[in-house]
Design a protein around this ligand. Structure first.
Ligand code: NAD
Ligand code: UDP
Length: 312
């Protein structure tokens, strides 16, 4: 198949491109390189089935493809809050453009939605039928509400124009090729640990997250894209093993053998207090569950950052 991956030069997108090429597909990586990097895809450039297009999905484009994975959107709070209006445009106008293309060329389209659609959840763990608790006027809303509208657009194009859609809700994902400067907890803590600097826990560290290794996520994404016609989602994809952020900091100190201490900084506004996916639906419908445990995933991520630091 000919497959388009928007945001293909980003963290998750680059792993997805790699896997799809490995399966023998033609892959077009489309990216505006806002948070993505050529370093993430340089090893794919020699493959004659791989193409890169520098383009912003806020502008229309027409490509003859069979599948569209729509991942283009900054994902870390630091990056999506840098230009919040642009973040909304990417999720809303960008998704309209990708859906318009899918309709025109009759491609199947998968939207990378997020656990952020549940906001600061009052139901725990989160199931797909929970409608969420999102602040529409807070600093996270450019991302949360943008992604919620993107889901609405997917459903409306499906109902109104019979576009073949899939929606996945991705929970916190980590692994090699996370950007060093994106401020996310995994990259921050590992880099701080490797430099023996204090680990910056925001708030008292009692908030929880559940971390999924990137190869597990990519497996779930492909299963969802290629499942039979009837199941369009939304479906949660994430690892249900939940940790407090303080436990997570301690784990990283142990795994890296770091001398770092822990300091406590203010909790950002609207930071969700707890997050854990209920993955019953993904397991029933896709036969999917994560295979990589946190310890092994963190070791491989720490090795990636160690190698990067050594290269300078
Ligand atoms: P990332 O920032 O590494 O990747 C996003 C990519 O999209 C980058 O390469 C960036 O340059 C590109 N991009 C951004 N705006 C664009 C635009 N307007 N036009 C074209 N390209 C654009 O982030 P990621 O972690 O790889 O996330 C990928 C997707 O998965 C995002 O849609 C994100 O919302 C979603 N997601 C990620 C997580 C996670 O934990 N990583 C969790 C939930 C959802
Ligand atoms: N966090 C932290 N220290 C950091 C970066 C993040 O304590 O240096 C916390 C953050 O407040 C949040 C959790 O870790 O509670 C996950 O943050 P991240 O930005 O990675 O993802 P998200 O909040 O979008 O789940």
């Amino acid at each position: 198949m000919r497959i388009l991956v928007t945001g293909g030069a980003g963290f998750i997108g680059s792993h997805l491109c790699e896997r799809l090429l490995h399966e023998g597909h033609d892959v077009i990586c489309l990216d505006n390189f806002f948070t993505g990097s050529k370093d993430n895809i340089i090893h794919l450039m020699d493959n004659h089935r791989f193409e890169v297009i520098r383009h912003d999905i806020v502008e229309p484009i027409l490509l003859e493809v069979d599948r569209i994975y729509n991942l283009a959107c900054p994902a870390s709070p630091v990056h999506y809050q840098y230009n919040p209006v642009k973040t909304v445009k990417t999720s809303v106008m960008g998704t309209i453009n990708m859906l318009g293309m899918a309709k025109r060329v009759k491609a199947r389209i998968l939207q990378a939605s997020t656990s952020e659609v549940y906001g600061d959840p009052q139901v725990h763990p989160q199931k797909e039928d929970y409608w969420g608790n999102v602040n529409s006027i807070g600093i996270r809303s450019c991302y949360d509400e943008g992604k919620r509208v993107a889901e609405t657009l997917m459903m409306d194009y499906h109902r109104q124009n019979q576009v073949d859609i899939r929606i996945i809700r991705i929970f916190n994902t980590y692994g090699p090729r996370m950007a060093e400067n994106d401020g996310r907890v995994v990259s921050n803590f590992i880099l701080q640990a490797l430099h023996n600097q204090d680990i910056t826990v925001y708030g008292d560290g009692s908030q929880t997250r559940s971390f999924c290794f990137v190869s597990d996520l990519v497996e779930g994404m492909i299963r969802m894209m290629e499942n039979d016609q009837t199941f369009i989602g939304p479906v949660n994809l994430g690892n249900p093993v939940e940790n407090t952020i303080l436990e997570f900091a301690e784990k990283i100190i142990t795994i890296t053998g770091s001398k770092s201490g822990i300091i406590y900084n203010p909790l950002p506004q609207d930071d969700p207090k707890q997050r854990r996916p209920d993955i019953t639906l993904a397991t029933q419908k896709l036969g999917w569950k994560p295979a990589i445990d946190l310890e092994n995933g963190l070791r491989s991520t720490a090795k990636y950052f160690t190698d990067r630091l050594a290269k300078g």
